[in-house]
Design a binder for this molecule. Structure first.
Ligand code: FAD
Length: 328
């Protein structure tokens, strides 16, 4: 019989992503209501060492698949491993972050298992009939649907920053189960030879607490330099609208929206962004939205908690000065 809520623990350079700890924390809360266990799943090379980091956030068990073949993520190898684990252990649910990895892995796995999935969830609660119920945005963020998945296991990706990370319990004990990597030869269609990491002092965009985002109103690369200064003063990340990305002022990895990253920081400062529905789809779960736009009719003001009608080239330097006084 199916048992347990699994949480896929995503790591990068042996650092567990905050989004995975958020999901662990919420899974623990729901599992307590449901009388279920929480199982953390760690896949990669050298990842066994991370089991002790994740246990305090609520794991009853940790399944570890530690193998040199899994040093870098590939869709095929990780799908193969998780597919086998799920068929052997029969969990009730598998939760992943709505990250690039989660967005890639979850649908592939659901297809392989022949089950339903729900993506980009911003809320998850215990449901006595289906175990879990989720909220996820539809129509490019215009509405939210409440979704129950009626196949087993339930597969869901959760938007980062949707849940708080609980206080770790250092006394918590959990069983660590080591499984071997069984990768079907057919699944090894791509091999990652090398990863070149772009170095940046700024926080990861998806996990950042503060994001300063620029749009077409930033006008050019120099406009973004101004936004980078503000981001550095407040310890935030820089993001962008698609118009700014298409203009070549900033790399596509910083794009926020329907076809870019989905973010939900504590503070989102939108500068020279009109607020197109495709942009809002990626940031409208932010806790506090501040918009700076010289057009008082700009759509972004409908989504904003605070609006500044003005020229960002005048407003942003003033904000910079004020924030510097607070931070220093
Ligand atoms: P604009 O809409 O041109 O707005 C620029 C704003 O800057 C205006 O409101 C203007 O008043 C203001 N402004 C100008 N100068 C200044 C100044 N000096 N100071 C202050 N304000 C100023 N877009 C995304 O962002 N992300 C996506 O993921 C995305 N996906 C898409 C997917 C599809 C299928 C489609 C069709 C579109 C998508 N788009 C996406 C594009 C989206 O529709 C908009 O075109 C885009 O978001 C507009 O970007 P913008 O707000 O920077 O530019």
């Amino acid at each position: 019989m199916a048992k347990g809520i699994w949480v896929y623990i995503e790591q990068s350079n042996m650092k567990i992503r905050k989004a995975s700890l958020e999901i662990m924390s919420k899974a623990r809360e729901v599992a307590d209501q449901a009388g279920e266990e929480v199982v953390a799943v760690l896949i990669g090379q050298g990842v066994e060492a991370l089991a002790n980091t994740v246990i305090p956030y609520g794991a009853n068990k940790v399944i570890v698949v530690d193998d040199a073949q899994l040093v870098n993520y590939t869709t095929g190898s990780y799908t193969s491993v998780l597919n086998k684990l799920i068929r052997d252990h029969e969990p009730k649910a598998l939760l992943l972050g709505h990250s690039a990895l989660g967005r890639d892995l979850a649908p592939r796995l659901a297809q392989r298992l022949g089950v339903g999935m729900v993506e980009d969830c911003t809320a998850m609660e215990y449901d006595p009939t289906t175990l879990l119920t989720f909220n996820h945005s539809i129509y490019t963020g215009r509405a939210f649907a409440q979704v129950k998945v009626i196949t087993t296991p339930i597969i869901a990706t959760i938007r980062p920053n949707s849940f708080a990370v609980s206080e770790p319990d250092a006394t918590r004990q959990a069983e660590v189960i080591k499984e071997s990597a069984q990768i079907d030869a057919d699944d090894l269609r791509a091999i990652v030879k090398d990863i070149v990491i772009a170095s940046s002092k700024r926080p990861d965009l998806v996990e950042a607490n503060v994001i300063v985002a620029g749009g077409r109103g930033a006008k050019n690369v120099e406009g973004f330099t101004l936004l980078e200064e503000l981001a550095d003063v407040v310890g935030g990340a820089v993001g962008a609208s698609r118009a700014a990305v298409d203009a070549g002022w900033i790399d596509i990895k910083y794009q926020i929206g329907q076809t870019g990253n989905t973010v939900a920081p504590t503070l989102y400062i939108a500068c020279g962004i009109s607020g197109a529905i495709q942009h809002l789809a990626g940031m409208n779960s932010s806790q506090v939205i501040v918009a700076i736009n010289k057009d008082p009719e700009a759509n972004i003001f409908k989504a904003a908690d605070y609006g500044i009608v003005g020229d960002m080239f005048q407003v942003v330097p003033l904000l910079n000065e004020e924030f510097k006084k607070i931070v220093n």
